[in-house]
Design a protein around this ligand. Structure first.
Ligand SMILES: Nc1ncnc2c1ncn2[C@@H]1O[C@H](COP(=O)(O)OP(=O)(O)OP(=O)(O)O)[C@@H](O)[C@H]1O
Ligand SMILES: [Mg+2]
Length: 373
């Protein structure tokens, strides 16, 4: 990495499985360590959100809708970037590249022809912002036999690896994923543990018409139903060996309705409490068998769910639990910064997947290039 003092600006764009908005970050790589300069959260309009929810339903195979949403998301990501740079007082010409994750509408790593589809046309982003754009980060890893996910462990390793303690970075987005950073970098592991916020958000919205349970306050009023919890934990995904990744194709409203068939008598807040316990327990049981973990650093929107973190701490009494703030990175922007780093890696011809994590048969330069001109 360069030590030059001149800024090396990249933009990272992330819209995750929660579909709670587009995270746009401006990051300077001049010192070799990504430095967050500015951030912007761009909401998704209700009409686009409704279409994205329809597309993300595994039973929807509407190509016209897909094409329309691809362009609409491309525009949304471009506007997120334009607003970010406007707030930061930085010109497009100062940005080396944008790294755009895209909006996942289908993740099928175990299909006959495995694939993962992120939309948000990168040509639209490049043209509207006048900035070279790197996108499609998952496809090469899948072409190499990997899951195409999770991709962030390579970034976590680069930034958060310690020589003195074993760390776990836990991202609680729509889906939750962990990265085990053993003191020995050859032992890094990572995989999706299962649902993060997605089922909690769905159930909360159904009963309160609000997108999420602020602080987990509603869940905290309920009682965990052990029979329902065990029933949900019987889902085969939880026992599957890594490499593994998942999404809304599995953990969605249909899955939950099926799980609740024998439990329709439960009060809604008890279901919410049980879903929070499911997220916490599936995370804890993924981490506990790993090497002795000195500290767990949480990032992603789930870090603001106090009830969820309390449950996690109760399940892992011997582990110190903090957030990535303790490592100097604000937890809600870690994923966005990771995608600026993936663009940085592409431009500098650096590999950015971890074959041990994704199952790919080699490390590779990830992404595809969409020039502005
Ligand atoms: N104050 C809060 N209280 C409870 N939950 C919150 C709060 N703020 C955010 N969240 C949760 O965090 C979610 C958004 O998290 P995040 O943006 O990390 O997920 P994501 O977009 O799915 O990301 P990714 O899939 O990349 O990990 C919201 O949908 C909500 O469930
Ligand atoms: Mg988000």
């Amino acid at each position: 990495m360069s030590n030059s003092a001149a800024p090396q600006y990249y933009v990272g764009l992330m819209s995750g499985t929660s579909m709670d908005g587009v995270d746009a970050v401006l990051v300077d790589f001049a010192s070799g360590i990504p430095k967050l300069i500015a951030s912007h959260d761009k909401p998704i309009t209700p009409s686009l959100l409704e279409k994205l929810h329809r597309l993300a339903d595994p039973q929807c195979n509407d190509i016209n809708l897909l094409g329309q949403c691809d362009r609409a998301c491309g525009e949304l990501f471009a506007f997120a970037t334009i607003e970010l740079l406007h707030h930061a007082g930085i010109e497009a010409s100062q940005i080396i590249a944008i790294g755009s994750h895209g909006q996942t509408v289908r993740h099928m790593p175990d299909a006959q022809y495995p694939f993962s589809m992120q939309i948000g046309d990168a040509s639209t982003i490049a043209v509207m912002t006048n900035i070279d754009t790197v996108a499609d980060f998952r496809r090469k890893d899948i072409a190499l036999g990997g899951q195409g996910a999770p991709l962030v462990p390579a970034f976590h390793q680069q930034l958060f690896q310690s020589k003195v303690e074993n760390r776990v970075i836990l991202n609680i987005g729509g889906i939750a994923n962990i990265t085990l950073l053993d003191k020995d970098p050859d032992k890094t592991l990572g995989f999706d543990t299962g649902p993060g916020n997605t089922l909690l958000d769905y159930w909360h919205k159904k009963h309160h018409q609000q997108p999420y349970d602020d602080g987990g306050q509603w869940a905290a009023t309920g009682a965990v139903n052990e029979a329902l919890l065990q029933h949900m934990l019987d889902e085969p995904y939880f026992a599957k060996a890594a490499p593994k990744s998942t999404g809304r194709e599995l953990f969605n409203a249909r899955w939950l309705t099926q799980q609740l068939q024998q439990f329709n008598h439960l009060a809604p807040q008890d279901v919410q409490a049980t879903l929070a316990q499911l997220t916490a327990q599936s995370i804890a049981q993924s981490i506990l068998p790993l090497a002795q973990v000195n500290k767990l650093y949480v990032c992603g929107g789930g870090v603001f769910n106090d009830d969820l973190l309390t449950r996690l701490k109760q399940l892992m009494p011997l582990t110190d639990v903090g957030s990535t703030d303790d490592l100097g990175l604000a937890p809600q922007w870690v994923e966005g910064i990771a995608f600026s780093w993936l663009a940085y890696c592409f431009i500098n011809k650096l590999t950015s997947n971890l074959p041990r994590v994704t199952g790919a048969n080699k490390a590779a330069i990830l992404g595809a290039f969409y020039p502005a001109n």
